[in-house]
Design a protein around this ligand. Structure first.
Ligand code: GCV
Length: 735
């Protein structure tokens, strides 16, 4: 195999058949199913299935020696060894005058590869992080090329190849004489946020203590942090913010930055950039300034020096996340400044290094007067950020929660997605199930996220700058929410909150949400069915009964959880002043937090109409306003989010609101108990550890659904005085 190098030097390369074989230390196969391996179990294929891959080349060559490429090759060796029982031979590349053909899996950046295979031209431009899996022949040798424009893209390509093998994709798809697949990420920003505190606790974390911090310092053993980076890389996530958005200013102290750089070191081999949440008052609290006014030149200088110092320790540092003027955190309002003033001063410090600022749109007043029916927390993000559209520097990204309140079990898409046209945006999705069962109950969130990502905002005359090459704006017809970015820098942020628990999130089934977040960030056009199918196969193996049963349970779980915790868009009716988990509908009212459902003796729901309510609906484009403003057009599942109606109001379904609430709670509790029977059909079809663990969870969930059913039905009957038609609730109830 000979070639001419593009650079012009007439060097000739060949793969040496005699080059050394790397004595890679490969981990032993998964022993006990603790869930630690998540979707990267790489369990051994049956001999018959392994045979399907026998034409996979026996050698591997890496064109380059970067850390990430080395990781990619090690991962390939590990996967081939565990799944196929094959030890790939690692070949080195040397300059040679004559060719020595060798079948190989060749890893490397396209620019390097084209020197080796001059005829190799991808069918489309490979954008950053995108990859190309291509079979090719050269001088009689069969090669499978995994290439990309960046080393990180090559790593993603290796993970994709291994995932295909683990999922047993058909021979046609993996036939090295036929494979030709380009995958490109939809957006450049694919990050997770961890809400870890420096003392080791995690805000809204349900999977054990922090993998990064303990007792006010960075952990000495960062093994788990490295393993986490591997999991993230395997689903295309390229950034991780390691500390709580309610940030301790100490994170920016010199001594702490030195500690944090150790975490960056374990992320780096996996192409995961580290970033930090920062407190805007840091220049005053840990600096020696008497102000943190973003327009004060001393404050700008403080940020500049601090950022320079960080990059000296962490050259690939990603940037900052800012939560300000929110839930008691200080912000630019202290000095009468805007979020743009605050974001830009930090962005300008980061700009020379290529860093970005994620400024959260979660800015609201939690001391609203609940007696004023015109007040509405849902309006806050749009009210605060829409007027600033275009005022943010180009390395600022506004991070917007999927809905206008706060990760409730059902919310409409945030109108801010259509309200920022000249500003970078990222959608913030919550993987950790704060309001959706806290990993103790099953709630697969991909179907919920899809509803937002696919929601048509009805903007017809929009021009969007091409995300990836900065080309001139292209017109788009329909704007879906949260995934049509108007500017080149945009994407997805997931609040993950994994912890030290062996299975990361506290429940093996909850990991479908982390997997799903990564897959949607890569390609939001994937269906929930496809994603759950992949995840189940990777996590539980190939038994069709196991796959069908678990996938169906996951796909039904969000609607089920909604049915007994927050029907008709009323919110979760949970204890918002306490654990955000137990039923507590009274806790939403008569306080300033603004998670109101306005239930009284006559009716229930927030009137957010333009005609008589808070006017929130006016923040949407006209066609969406039309959909939500009128009772006739408003979908039942968001009715109480947008309208206050009497309990006797008749839904599109033909039921009254009160009867729907009774029925959905009783049906929900019954269906939760059906989960037990469905799970029991899997006994003997999967490992005992996970079978038992998950069974216990479903038994618990069935009990919790009854607790919710009784609490909400009792509460609403007490308010309305209207008994259940079916005699289950109210005077003379038969149950
Ligand atoms: C990190 C909700 C949560 C808070 C969280 C906040 C946020 O209010 O309950 O724990 O704070 O969202 O997203 O900033």
């Amino acid at each position: 195999m000979t070639l001419t190098r593009r650079a012009g030097a007439a060097l000739r390369f060949a793969i040496f058949g005699t080059a050394f074989v790397c004595a890679a230390v490969l981990p032993s196969p998964v022993a006990a199913e603790t869930g630690a391996e998540a979707w990267l179990r790489y369990s051994a294929l049956s001999p018959q299935a392994a045979k399907t891959y026998e034409r996979l080349p026996a050698n591997t060559v890496s064109l380059g020696d970067s850390l990430v490429l080395k990781t990619a090759q090690q991962e390939l060796l590990r996967g081939a060894s565990q799944m196929l029982g094959r030890t790939l031979r690692v070949r080195t590349l040397r300059v040679k005058t004559s060719s020595s053909p060798e079948n190989a899996i060749v890893l490397g950046k396209l620019i390097e590869l084209q020197a080796l295979f001059p005829d190799l031209h991808p069918p489309q431009v490979l954008r950053a992080d995108g990859y190309w899996l291509k079979s090719t022949k050269s001088h009689g040798s069969e090669c499978l090329v995994v290439t990309a424009s960046t080393d990180r893209g090559v790593l993603y390509g290796v993970f994709a190849l291994l995932s295909k093998i683990a999922r047993g994709e058909s021979l046609a798809a993996i036939d090295i004489t036929a494979i030709d697949e380009v995958q490109q990420p939809y957006a450049p920003i694919r990050w997770v946020n961890q809400w870890d505190n420096l003392d080791g606790r995690i805000e809204r974390g349900y999977g054990g203590p922090s993998i990064f911090f303990a007792d006010g310092s960075v952990r000495s053993d960062l093994t788990r942090a490295g393993q986490y980076a591997r999991l993230l890389a395997s689903i295309g996530i390229n950034g991780c913010t390691i500390n709580n958005v309610n940030a301790a200013p100490q994170i920016l102290e010199d001594s702490f930055i030195a500690q944090v750089s150790r975490i960056a070191d374990v992320f780096r081999p996996w192409g995961v950039q580290l970033s930090l949440s920062v407190d805007l008052s840091s220049p005053k609290v840990i600096g020696s300034l008497d102000t943190f006014d973003p327009l004060d030149p001393r404050v700008a200088e403080w940020w500049r020096k601090k950022v320079d110092e960080i990059y000296r320790s962490i050259p690939d540092f990603g940037g900052f996340v800012v939560k300000a003027d929110s839930e008691g955190r200080l912000g630019p309002s202290t000095y009468g400044r805007t979020p743009a003033d605050a974001a830009n001063v930090i962005a300008r410090a980061l700009k020379p290094h290529g860093g970005v600022v994620f400024y959260r749109a979660f800015v609201y007043n939690h001391h609203l007067d609940w007696r004023d029916l015109k007040n509405d927390r849902a309006k806050a993000a749009y009210d605060n950020f829409h007027p600033l559209d275009g005022a943010f520097d180009d390395n600022v990204i506004i991070q917007i929660k999927n809905g206008p309140i706060d990760f409730q079990v059902r919310e409409p898409a945030s109108p801010l997605f259509a309200g920022l046209r000249r500003t970078n945006e990222a959608i913030e999705l919550q993987v950790t199930q704060e309001y959706t069962g806290q990993q103790r109950q099953l709630c697969f969130l991909v179907p919920m996220w899809k509803e937002v990502l696919d929601f048509d905002m009805h903007i017809e005359d929009l021009h969007i700058e091409d995300m990836h090459n900065g080309a001139s704006p292209t017109p788009v017809k329909d704007l879906v929410a949260g995934r049509v970015f108007h500017r080149p820098t945009g994407g997805f942020v997931g609040v993950a909150n994994v912890g030290m628990d062996a299975n990361w999130l506290g429940s093996p089934l909850a990991m479908a949400n982390l997997y799903g977040f990564g897959r949607l960030s890569w390609d939001p056009n994937l269906t929930a069915e496809k994603i759950v199918g992949e995840w189940t196969r990777l996590t539980f193996g190939s038994d069709p009964l196991v796959n069908q049963t678990i996938a169906a349970m996951q796909l039904n779980s969000w609607h089920l959880y909604e049915s007994y915790t927050g029907p008709l868009g009323a919110g979760t009716l949970t204890n918002i002043l306490g654990n955000h988990y137990d039923p507590g509908p009274e806790s939403s009212e008569e306080n300033g937090w603004g998670q109101w459902h306005r239930a009284d003796h006559i009716g229930i729901g927030m009137d957010r109409t333009m005609a008589t309510g808070t006017g929130f609906i006016s923040q949407y484009p006209p066609a969406v306003q039309k959909q939500y403003e009128s009772l006739a057009n408003c979908p039942d599942n968001l009715l109480l989010f947008f309208h206050h109606v009497p309990y006797t109001y008749v839904l599109h379904s033909g039921k009254t609101v009160i009867q729907h609430i009774y029925d959905s709670h009783y049906e929900g509790a019954d269906r939760a108990s059906d989960f037990i029977a469905q799970w029991k059909t899997l006994e003997g079809h999967l490992d005992e550890e996970r079978y038992r663990d998950i069974l216990t969870r479903f038994e618990y969930q069935a009990g919790e659904a009854v607790v919710w059913r009784d609490a909400i039905c009792h509460w609403i009957y007490g308010l309305s005085g209207i008994p259940d038609d079916k005699g289950r609730v109210g005077n003379g109830s038969r149950r």
